[in-house]
Write a protein that binds this ligand. Structure first.
Ligand code: NGQ
Ligand code: ZN
Length: 452
């Protein structure tokens, strides 16, 4: 298929009348590679945003832990609420919630998602008849919605550093290393072009060093993700256990390279920040969740100055809009440094366009997608914005992406394409009604049912 894009965001800015082909594998190819009919795409085409960090099931509890109570108002108190919610989920619920969350992602401009999947077993900790039952459920959700999914089965073995035993909901997460590697192999043997796999270590809290090394050694290709230094308490516990801060400890293993994504590298020293940048790994930033949970703030300006790569994730899904993540990143810096227009590049002075392009590139790296953007070799994952709307009147081509990122234009996203096929048309997903109905049924039942 050949596309004639009226406007397209390329690495150096917005261009007009861009010709490109899509090959049989759903990747972009040179304009001349295809002889089929030409399809005119009016508006502005942008690369779809990879969502580098999702726990799909959390979509159904987003917004439900915003109440002051006698309990501790911290990340750890929120985690207890999440654990209570986890106790009730069935594989059917997980599939229904995931499909809806992924549909919402597509309608907001994410076209791919790394699913950091640690919910493996029944509430008692007993295995399902198929150990992949819940992994298959989130996979089915992605297929239903049509999003590209990189499934990251996640290892979880202990309650905290130093082998603290697992308790409560954590029993649903637990695997010994051997069983975990079998699950990874099984999922890998069933990959397809929109459904690939990588691997994740939940955190240094939950995975002892021997297991981390064993999994890293077994994962010879594909993405490797880990939650790293989200909370100050986590940094203190790490220091107590090993004498090293989490990022320092992980980089000290010598395992980290460009396949790695360090999610919530929030609490880092200048030395860690520069070592992380030099490792070639991606910093996985989830600004709306990190603010919501009171984690802290990431010094993106210093990290960019050191040459670091980053991408964004919706994590707990308090927002499903990639633009809100980018704005939140930049606004945190502005409030912190008391300045404006901070995240820009030497060759890209437009803040919105810079953030957007950098997060697409970093996200694609973290998902192992190969090339990124609207260029030959990259997956044909893109969105189309309707620039004919009154909201865009007077906006120059150079300012279009800034306007899209910084000044919300609700309803302007017209199409989302994944692997060369349109999955959102006229601003809506064609299966919205059915996917929403299944979500409603699951969540209504979950809320009505007393906790086990
Ligand atoms: C998670 N979420 O695994 O869902 C975590 C909370 C933990 C975030 N860190 C649980 N945002 O880290 O122990
Ligand atoms: Zn997470």
């Amino acid at each position: 298929m050949r596309l004639r894009l009226e406007r397209a965001l390329l690495p150096d800015g917005v261009h007009r009348d861009v010709l490109i082909s899509i090959d049989a594998e759903g990747r972009f190819a040179p304009a001349g590679a295809s002889t089929g009919a030409e399809r005119l795409v009016p508006g502005l085409a942008l690369p779809g945003m990879p969502n580098l960090h999702s726990h799909a099931f959390q979509r159904a509890m987003a917004g439900s832990a915003e109440v002051a109570s006698g309990a501790e108002h911290s990340f750890w108190g929120w985690r207890d609420v999440m654990y209570r919610f986890v106790e009730r989920l069935t594989p059917e619920d997980v599939a229904a919630i995931a499909a809806f969350a992924y549909l919402e992602m597509l309608e907001s401009g994410y076209t791919s998602v790394a699913e950091f999947h640690y919910l493996h077993h029944q509430p008692s900790g007993a295995r399902y008849a198929s150990p992949a039952a819940l992994a298959d459920a989130v996979r089915a959700g992605a297929q239903r919605a049509g999003i590209r999914q990189v499934l990251l089965p996640t290892l979880y073995q202990q309650g905290n550093f130093n082998g603290e035993p697992l308790k409560g909901a954590q029993r649903r997460f637990a695997n010994d290393t051997e069983a975990f590697l079998r699950l990874c192999c099984d999922l890998r043997s069933r990959e397809s072009s929109l459904a690939t796999t990588g691997v994740a270590l939940h955190s240094l809290r939950a995975v002892p060093r021997v297991a981390l090394e064993a999994v890293a050694a077994a994962a010879r290709s594909g993405p490797v993700h880990i939650h790293i230094a989200e909370q100050r308490r986590e940094v203190r516990d790490s220091m107590e256990a090993s004498g090293a801060r989490p990022v320092e400890f992980l980089l000290g293993t010598g395992l980290v390279d460009a396949r790695w994504c360090l999610v919530h590298a929030t609490h880092v020293t200048a030395a860690e920040l520069s070592a992380l940048a030099h490792s070639g790994a991606v910093a996985g930033l989830c600004p709306t969740t990190e603010s919501n949970l009171g984690d802290g703030r990431f010094p993106l300006d210093e990290y960019l100055a050191a040459g670091g790569h980053f991408g964004v994730g919706s994590d707990s899904h308090v927002s499903l809009d990639p633009r809100e993540e980018l704005r939140s990143l930049e606004y945190t810096l502005r409030a912190w440094r008391e300045r404006r227009v901070i995240a820009v590049g030497a060759a890209m002075p437009n803040c919105g366009a810079f953030l957007y392009g950098a997060a697409v590139a970093g996200g694609a790296q973290a998902l192992g997608l190969g090339d990124a953007g609207l260029c030959t070799g990259a997956p044909a994952d893109f969105i189309v914005i309707d620039t004919e709307r009154a909201e865009f009147a007077g906006v120059t081509d150079a300012a279009l992406v800034d306007a899209w990122v910084f000044a919300p234009r609700p309803g302007a996203l017209r199409e989302a394409w994944v692997g060369g096929r349109p999955v959102v048309h006229d601003g809506a997903h064609p299966a919205r009604e059915a996917i929403a109905a299944a979500y409603r049924t699951s969540v209504t039942r979950l809320v009505a049912e007393p906790a086990r």
